[in-house]
Design a protein around this ligand. Structure first.
Ligand code: FAD
Length: 454
């Protein structure tokens, strides 16, 4: 009998990790603290409870990156996808799920699995030895959070995210924007041109502040208290503090010359900074926000140069425990300082039910392969799974790391295809075709007990 894999947390990631590892033939113990210890968001003692919306988002596996992730998880015999399909609700192109029967059937499938045992206990220490996956999610209990922070250092474990919107570079109008660091600071040309600048005149700035003040905002969930740090106030809160606050904060126009109009001093400047090594994604510096998604897109498109912006992810501020994975985890999702511990799910810095389950699927397979003495390389970067794991364990900028949804900006460009809005349909189809081939190839190299079906 193979050695046991212990998984802390039976949410989206932990449940999927357990299913994958057990199906490969590795005994699994899931340690789940609910219902003994509750969180402010969960209502039941079931595994894989959906805490808020009941949507797995787009199910389009040709034109949408999350739809592609669905496809890859289905191809890998994923439990979360199988149960989501079984309890699907009508929702157009999206995959909406009947949440209670969904969670009940994930729980039942794992309880019935001969190689899975569930122990209802809270783990508050880092395990000293054995094989472990920590998948305790955005609401990791305080005891375990403190134990992780003691290992990683306080700065490498966050308890809130403060996400600024992220934009596809090829949707930015460079006839209005330009590349320049303030005061041309930097040793190299790359550093001197590290920021993408969008200028505003006075009327544009005043209209922007009005729109910010009027925009619909999201409230914090009940039980989710937020102490804004002065360094990461939402832009609309800054605007409420005074109409000039942003102009003296993230939108200050100093040290910059607009090459499109060198004689005109901008009244305010919005700056964007590269968000991934590929240079396909840019985040808006200092623009964390609690505006509702619809309001965000319309307000941010008022920024000159961003009129046609396509958003890879919108901003938000949430209670969210997550690691600085680019510095802490290796490409097998193992903690560099204690390689018998893997992390999976939202705590690794992915965001959303589907992404969390996907990272559980990978962690479960990688851990099981290691236990069976057949270590497995992670999936190729051209798959949705590979693009995500590559981003969180190395592709993302570690200094500004914030949680990420899967999106096509994480993929290596396909050569020879038209850029911009017009080429998008063909480009996305090329990404998803390439990903499916690479994923099928990777799966064929993994061992799976074919007798086990969902
Ligand atoms: C308030 C809120 C609203 C959200 N809304 C959405 C949404 O609408 N859509 C979306 O896609 N995502 C949403 N998310 C993010 C969502 O939580 C994740 O997408 C997903 O649930 C993460 O999966 P996970 O497995 O990493 O964590 P979880 O699903 O949260 O699972 C973690 C599990 O670990 C357990 N646990 C924690 N600490 C311990 C411990 N010390 N010992 C043992 N067990 C422990 C928890 O009880 C839980 O069951 C929301 C998150 C929050 C907090």
């Amino acid at each position: 009998m193979a050695e046991t894999l212990h998984i802390i947390g039976g949410g989206m990631a932990g449940s999927e990790a357990a299913w994958q590892a057990a199906n490969i033939g590795v005994p699994v113990v899931i340690h789940e603290m609910r219902p003994k210890v509750e969180t402010f968001a969960h209502r039941t003692g079931d595994l894989a409870e959906m805490v808020c919306s009941n949507s797995f988002r787009s199910d389009d596996d040709e034109q949408n990156a999350v739809g592609l992730l669905h496809w890859e998880m289905r191809a890998a015999g994923g439990l979360i996808m199988a149960m989501a399909d079984q309890h699907r609700l009508p929702a157009g192109g999206a995959l909406a799920v009947d949440r209670d029967p969904f969670a009940a059937s994930v729980t039942a499938a794992l309880k019935d699995h001969p190689l899975v045992r569930i122990e209802y206990d809270e783990i508050t220490e880092l395990p000293a030895d054995g094989h472990w996956i920590i998948a305790t999610g955005p609401l990791t209990s305080e005891g375990l959070g403190n134990a992780i922070a003691a290992e990683t250092g306080k700065d490498a474990l966050a308890f809130f995210d403060a996400i600024a919107p992220i934009i596809y570079h090829d949707s930015i109008d460079m006839s209005r924007a330009w590349m320049q660091s303030r005061y041309d600071k930097g040793e190299t040309e790359e550093e001197r041109t590290a920021y993408l600048n969008c200028p505003m005149d006075r009327d544009q700035y005043e209209a922007f502040i009005d729109a910010l003040l009027a925009a619909d905002k999201t409230e914090f969930h009940e039980g989710e208290t937020a102490t804004y740090f002065d360094g990461c106030l939402p832009i609309e809160v800054m605007a409420e503090r005074g109409r000039e606050t942003l102009r003296f904060g993230p939108m200050k126009p100093v040290g910059l010359t607009n090459p499109h109009a060198p004689d005109v001093k901008p009244y305010a400047v919005v700056q964007l900074r590269r968000d991934n090594a590929l240079g396909t994604l840019y985040n808006i510096v200092g623009f964390q926000t609690k505006m509702k998604y619809g309001a965000q897109t319309s307000v941010l498109k008022m920024i000159p140069g961003l009129e046609n912006a396509q958003f890879a992810r919108l901003g938000g501020i949430h209670r969210n425990t997550f690691l600085n994975s680019p510095t802490l985890l290796d490409d097998q999702m193992r903690l560099r300082s204690r390689s018998h511990i893997r992390f999976a799910g939202q705590i690794t810095g992915v965001e959303g039910y589907v992404e969390s389950a996907a990272m559980g699927l990978l962690a479960g397979r990688l851990a099981a392969a290691e236990i069976l003495g057949q270590p497995l390389q992670g999936p190729p970067q051209d798959t949705a799974m590979g693009a995500l794991i590559h981003h969180i364990t190395g592709g993302a900028e570690a200094k500004t790391f914030q949680p990420m949804n899967v999106n096509f900006g994480l993929f290596r460009p396909v050569e020879g295809l038209k850029g911009g809005r017009r080429g998008r349909k063909d480009r996305y189809k090329a990404y998803t075709d390439r990903a499916k081939t690479a994923w099928s190839d990777w799966l064929s190299r993994c061992t799976l007990d074919e007798n086990q079906t969902v």
